[in-house]
Write a protein that binds this ligand. Structure first.
Ligand code: ATP
Ligand code: MG
Length: 577
């Protein structure tokens, strides 16, 4: 491709609404353009990056025995009513009526459609297992679609579904898919971790997430440096406290805390660390109030709380609701005499007595609170997120936390959908049985964004070679010089002969513009040809990742280029670990 005729509208400035670096750089590099909130057009460079991801995904899915299909984007409500998700999925499901007033939706995922497809046709155990996948546009009406391709409303997903005769078969399919996922992210040159995950709204037996490691990631994962344990902190299991203190403090006493609403304010006022406080948070779980207690320096993990309560819907109570329930404004809720039917406490709170809590009265707290003696705690449970230094649930060494971006998710679904939608087959003995399912997603468009979040610098994108729209850019600095242009054309042909997608910058632009654009769009290998180099029979080669430059001879170019290319790629592999 020649830059002079390519549609690569690079920009100096990022759009004002771009909050994350991948969004800024994707727009500036001329890869995407926004149409509406969370909805983007892919321009040639963006589409090329997507195609690179898709190609690796297809190869590895096919190798693992999955077969490609393409399912409809529009889905009838009937199927979602059958699975029970029409009511449960919430506002992310974009619903509409067609001209005959039939309820429909835009597919956010395809468990219903695929289960419907197979239940009509698979009759015998001999037809199983089956793994089908597709690469397709999904629509989820995300509440905060503000991170470009990281969290779009319309985005591209690879989703796969496995159907097996029994649980052992489903485990084998899960293994095969997990293995394929590892290969995919390895081949794409990304640094990633596989972590235990929560199975959330899709439901099912167990699941793992594939996390691209990046400081800017939305997810926090806990990793044990000693064993191979890694988990999303949303789900990481915290061990119960080792010792408990049963010595009772004196009776609770009120302390006046005028205008002090936050843990930090109360602690500063009392001169105590936040570990001495209990925070009491009020939630509405399926419309019923619940109080959740956690130590002052911790946060309630809503995923764990929701799972523990087995609630379909969980939200923080509004300030008005808090006032109604406690008789005080937010900031002063406490567990003593709290008229809420359920009080659940994080297990850590069982370890000691003598807490500071809210008093359910304006400008008042209590000291010397013993939860065992003074409050009606319904249950102690693991309700907070794992943090740095918590014990690894496998080997008890302290874990460390890091940030990641979820690019893939594998679930063992079990019988969830096959039972709800009656997807059955006849086994060897002629008995009717439900198919055992798994589902496996990769956010194809998010992978491109995640690659950029992980690999960029002040000058722009630094694409791993397998993902780069153009792995090599050849900049001709002197397009007006016939000698230089002739040499550039020769190199262009030679490089293409190596099977490389090359972008030849033959624009009539100043060298400075070419250098800036080349860095911005992130080609990992840059070749720079100018009149001065030409006179010395040399072309300059720049490794975009390290910035290292060297001269390659024009006479005997190919062997020198191959050696350099291998070095650049080896550097990437070493970096990816
Ligand atoms: P998240 O927690 O980020 O919302 P999810 O758990 O809803 O993700 P899945 O339903 O498992 O995601 O979807 C499979 C994959 O699709 C995810 O691993 C992610 O890479 C991608 N994905 C999900 N939602 C979006 C989105 N709004 N924009 C881009 N990619 C997405
Ligand atoms: Mg989601």
């Amino acid at each position: 491709m020649r830059w002079s005729t390519a549609y690569i509208p690079t920009l100096k400035e990022a759009p004002a609404d771009a909050e994350v670096v991948s969004h800024r750089l994707l727009v500036r590099a001329g890869m995407i353009r926004k149409l509406a909130a969370g909805i983007y057009s892919y321009l040639p460079l963006g589409l090329k990056a997507l195609a690179r991801v898709e190609r690796v995904v297809r190869e590895e899915m096919d190798r693992a025995g999955a077969q490609e299909v393409l399912l409809p984007a529009v889905q009838p409500a009937d199927l979602w009513l059958e699975s029970g998700r029409w009511d449960r999925y919430g506002k992310e499901l974009l619903r509409f009526k067609d001209r005959h007033q039939r309820d429909s939706c835009l597919g956010p995922t395809h468990e219903e459609v695929i289960t419907d497809l197979l239940r009509g046709e698979v009759r015998s155990y001999r037809q199983l297992p089956v793994i089908l996948y597709q690469i397709q546009t999904k629509f989820r009406d995300e509440i905060r679609p503000r991170f470009g391709l990281m969290r779009g409303r319309e985005f591209i997903m690879k989703d796969a579904y496995s159907f097996d005769r029994d649980s052992a078969g489903a485990d084998a399919s899960y293994q095969a898919m997990s293995e394929a996922y590892r290969r995919i992210f390895q081949r794409l040159g990304l640094r990633f971790r596989v972590v235990e995950a929560d199975s959330g709204a899709i439901g099912g037996a167990f699941s793992h997430e594939f996390m691209v490691l990046a400081r800017t990631g939305e997810d926090v994962i806990a990793v044990c440096p000693a064993c191979d344990y890694a988990a999303n902190v949303e789900r990481a299991e915290i061990l119960p406290p080792e010792s408990t203190d049963s010595a009772q403090p004196p009776p609770p006493a009120e302390i006046s805390t005028p205008g002090l609403h936050t843990v930090a304010e109360v602690c500063a006022f009392l001169g105590l660390p936040p570990t001495r406080l209990v925070k009491t948070l009020l939630f509405m779980a399926d419309g019923r109030p619940v109080a959740a207690l956690v130590r002052g320096d911790r946060e309630i993990n809503e995923v764990k709380l929701k799972n523990f309560l087995q609630a379909g819907d969980l939200r923080l109570a509004s300030p008005g609701e808090v006032a109604c329930l406690t008789g005080a404004p937010p900031g002063f809720a406490g567990p003593v005499n709290l008229p809420v039917p359920r009080l659940v406490a994080d297990q850590e709170l069982a370890a000691r007595q003598g807490w500071i809590t809210g008093a359910n009265r304006t400008d008042t707290h209590l000291e010397n609170v013993s939860l065992a003696r003074d409050a009606a705690i319904s249950a102690y449970a693991d309700l907070r997120s794992m943090a740095d230094g918590d014990a690894c649930p496998r080997c008890r060494r302290p874990v460390t936390s890091m940030r990641g971006i979820e690019v893939g998710h594998v679930f063992k679904l079990g019988l969830k959908y096959s039972q709800a939608m009656n997807a059955v087959f006849l086994d060897e003995e002629g008995r009717e049985r439900h198919m055992v399912m798994g589902c496996y997603g990769i956010g194809v468009s998010r992978v491109v964004a995640a690659a950029i979040e992980q690999n960029h610098d002040d000058h722009g994108i630094v694409f791993p070679p397998p993902l780069a729209p153009f792995p090599v850019i050849l900049a001709n600095l002197d397009v007006k010089s016939a000698g230089c242009s002739a040499r550039a054309e020769e190199l262009y042909v030679l490089l293409q002969g190596e099977g490389l997608d090359v972008l030849l910058d033959d624009r009539e632009e100043r060298p400075g513009v070419k250098f800036k654009d080349m860095d911005l769009v992130g080609a990992p290998m840059q070749l720079i040809l100018g009149a001065r180099g030409l006179a010395r029979d040399a072309v300059e080669a720049k490794d975009r990742r390290t910035g290292a430059r060297e001269e390659l001879p024009l006479t005997g170019f190919l062997p020198a280029f191959r050696r350099w290319r291998d070095e650049v790629c080896a550097g990437w592999s070493a970096d990816a670990g």
